[in-house]
Design a protein around this ligand. Structure first.
Ligand code: ATP
Length: 222
């Protein structure tokens, strides 16, 4: 069965989620308090509605409790974001993702039961900072406050050496979960310790941030 989504707040963040979900063929209900925003999404989303989502009756009229996943992308008006999230929770919406504007906002959203809180500016800043440190650090994805997954190109110190030889798990406490072999265009998930790393290969590494940081400094950054 096709899943249904609602995106509340059609700024740059919510608008982008709405466009992407719609492009992927999902049924999206796009909601914003401003008519001009809603007009912009009439030809993009399955449904586009002008509504103030801080009004409980309005949320009920929208039939929001039947929607599988609601994304609250209201930013500047923190009070509206919190109130909307709280009422969605009370109405029994199964899954709520909410955008936080700052750390306090994030704390409150978590407290009132948002299933997933995102902080796009901060998260993107972190990812870009890691890419700036070295051209070999391709991506950085936060799993929790202190664990991440990183995508790194093998540095010169790793060329022609095996995972066993480099002993990454014992030396740094992080795990190589996959190797993208660029030349052969294949992804080797859970690679053998004997696998030799070649120039251009990309490693997907999971671990605690402090362990990944030691690994990056010693073997990745050149
Ligand atoms: P972005 O950075 O994603 O552009 P932002 O963080 O600046 O957005 P806002 O522009 O404050 O966030 O909010 C996003 C959208 O949410 C706006 O289009 C705004 O009209 C809408 N919005 C604000 N309050 C409500 C509300 N009570 N009900 C529905 N939509 C709302």
């Amino acid at each position: 069965m096709k899943r249904e989504y609602a995106v509340i707040g059609l700024g740059r963040f919510g608008g982008s989620i709405c466009r992407e979900l719609s492009a992927e063929g999902m049924d999206v209900l796009a909601v914003d308090i401003h008519e001009d925003k809603v007009k912009e999404f009439r030809n993009i989303a399955a449904y586009a509605v002008i509504a103030d989502t801080t009004d409980e009756d309005v949320l009920k009229e929208l039939g929001i409790r039947n929607i599988d996943h609601v994304i609250v992308a209201i930013g500047d008006d923190i009070q509206a974001s919190i109130l909307t999230t709280l009422m969605l929770k009370e109405l029994g919406v199964k899954k709520i993702t909410a955008k936080a504007q700052n750390d306090y906002h994030e704390k409150v959203l978590n407290k009132i039961g948002a299933d997933h809180v995102v902080h796009p500016e901060r998260d993107m800043g972190k990812r870009i900072a890691h890419q700036i440190i070295s051209t070999n650090i391709l991506d950085h994805l936060e799993l929790s406050d202190d664990h991440s997954i990183v995508e790194v190109r093998v540095g010169k110190k790793m060329h022609g050496r095996s995972l066993l030889d480099l002993d990454i798990r014992a030396r740094f406490g992080c795990n190589v979960v996959a190797i993208k072999e660029v030349q052969d265009r294949k992804v080797n998930v859970s690679p053998q310790a004997s696998q030799q790393l070649e120039k251009g290969d990309i490693l997907i590494v999971i671990g605690a941030d402090q362990d990944i940081s030691r690994f990056e400094k010693q073997l990745v950054v050149e």
